[in-house]
Design a protein around this ligand. Structure first.
Ligand code: UD1
Ligand code: CA
Length: 454
């Protein structure tokens, strides 16, 4: 069997993005570009995937701490030909006879398209995917001989109609399938005497033609999956394409979506059929929405789970939170990382939870901050309750037992615990534990004095 590897060219700066971030870390639907390209390659190539990085290399590594692909560093970004040359020793060492090369700024690419492309490439020595564009912009122009065979790829900056004829609209998509041994022979022959002063990978095509090798351009129509991203406008366009692609897929799977055009769903989100969503709404990361859950408009969910029958009302923000079955959240709730709501619990308006477990049927309905807390089932947290969990250096835990009642405007100064069935008087500052079943009250006694009238 022929061993095939894949190389992602991702070392460029992305000057046209006018951003400090390396281009491959620009995001679509909150996920960096490089992740998309890698996800398309991993099912086809497993561990034989290399990403060539250079500009902001450390930032790129940090963005994918568990990356199942390998990195090659291109210290100086001298062009795409030079970039592939850096990866070649690793590809050869892994004994890959052929290599699929993909530009890292083509995030809409998908595994089935790549598979089709490789099939159509057949036994060609070098194959590359081409697309038809009304406005070929900065893409490399494909130049064919009168008999239709490939002559060259000429970069936009170097294209001269007098020499190359009028462009046909067929351009290079930046996806190549190459026999490794030929790449090893041809790449070192590439020169940088062009208008960019770069070593163009695309020059390999004319070199291969001159050497009598079989070079094939595989036409892929005007498939937007192959569009490259070089500018903020192209990023916005590809992101819109992806957003609507995902919305259609989710609708089609049986999720009810009101105003689907205003619902943004990240590529790794899972939503069960029978969930109901209202736009505008944003759901990102590895969030999961179960059947029968409802999420209303103007919410933002990131890496959060909403179980069946739960309702997340308008303007709520959830991050790494879990909303249990039939729980109610919002409007205007903020669930921060580690907020876990058990079945049937309620979190109302202007309530913030961080690393806090709210037991079954427990309620915190108004204006509270609950951080580093365990709250037992059936407990009621009165309006304005604050867990004072931070002394400026360390965080401390508050524990409240089952069926307790915390009166309004209580400050619980952690570490502290309130036992099951205990009651805390409104307006208390609780600094000592309240035992099970007792009434804790810690506030100045009211004194009613005769009023002095001047
Ligand atoms: C490239 C192609 C062009 C094609 C287009 C398709 C070349 C010379 N031109 O142009 O024919 O139509 O893609 O989208 O290849 N990179 C490196 N190291 C470098 C330079 C670039 O890794 O030294 C990476 C970039 O990060 C990027 C990819 O290679 O992901 C393509 O580079 P880019 O500068 O975007 O090439 P284009 O001008 O778009
Ligand atoms: Ca590009």
């Amino acid at each position: 069997m022929v061993q095939i590897g894949a190389v992602i060219l991702a070392a460029g700066k992305g000057t046209r993005m006018h951003s400090d971030k390396p281009k491959v870390l620009q995001t679509l639907l909150d996920e960096p570009m490089l992740g998309y390209v890698a996800q398309a390659l991993l099912p086809l190539f497993g561990s034989a995937v290399w990403a060539v990085i250079g500009h902001g290399a450390e930032q790129v590594r940090a963005a994918f701490p568990d990356a199942p692909w390998q990195y090659i560093v291109q210290e100086q970004q001298l062009g795409t030909g030079h970039a592939l040359l850096q990866a070649l020793p690793a590809v050869q060492q892994a004994q890959c006879q052929r290599v699929l090369v993909v530009n890292g700024d083509t995030p809409l690419i998908a595994a089935p398209l790549l598979q089709r492309f490789m099939q159509q490439a057949g036994d060609a020595d070098i194959a590359f995917a081409t697309i038809e564009l009304h406005n070929p912009a900065a893409y490399g122009r494909v130049v064919r001989h009168p008999d239709g065979s490939i002559a060259a790829i000429v970069e936009a900056k170097d294209y001269d109609e007098a020499v190359h004829g009028s462009p046909t609209g067929e351009v290079n998509a930046g996806v190549y399938f190459i026999k490794t041994e030929l790449a090893a022979t041809l790449l070192p022959q590439i020169r940088c005497a062009n208008n960019s002063g770069e070593y163009y990978l695309t020059d390999m095509v004319a070199l291969a033609v001159a050497a009598g090798l079989r070079v094939v351009g595989v036409p892929c129509g005007c498939d937007s999956s192959l569009f490259g991203i070089n500018s903020p406008e192209e990023l916005a366009r590809s992101e819109a394409t992806l957003r609507s692609r995902i919305a259609h897929y989710v609708l089609d799977s049986g999720v009810i979506m009101h105003a689907p055009e205003s619902i943004i769903i990240g590529p790794y989100v899972t939503i069960e059929p029978g969930a109901e969503l209202w736009g505008p709404l944003e759901i990102y990361g590895k969030s999961h929405i179960a059947r029968g859950a409802r999420v209303y408009s103007h919410c933002v969910l990131r890496d959060s789970v909403v179980h069946s029958g739960a309702v997340v009302k308008n303007f709520s923000h959830l991050e790494q939170a879990v909303v249990g079955e039939c729980a109610l959240v919002g409007p205007y709730a903020r669930l921060r990382p580690g907020a876990v709501l058990d079945e049937g619990s309620h979190v109302g308006n202007f309530v913030e939870l961080k690393k806090t477990h709210l037991g079954k049927g427990a309620k915190a309905n108004h204006l509270s901050y609950l951080g580093d807390a365990h709250i037992g089932q059936g407990t009621n947290i009165g309006a304005g309750t604050i867990t004072c969990n931070y002394d400026g250096k360390n965080k401390f835990v508050t524990t409240i037992g089952e069926h307790a009642f915390i009166g309004s405007n209580t400050a619980l100064v952690a570490p502290v615990s309130v036992g099951a069935g205990a009651l805390v008087g409104a307006g208390s500052v609780i600094t000592r534990d309240v035992p099970e079943g007792q009434l804790g009250i810690a506030r100045a006694k009211q004194a009613n004095l005769p009023r002095k009238i001047k």
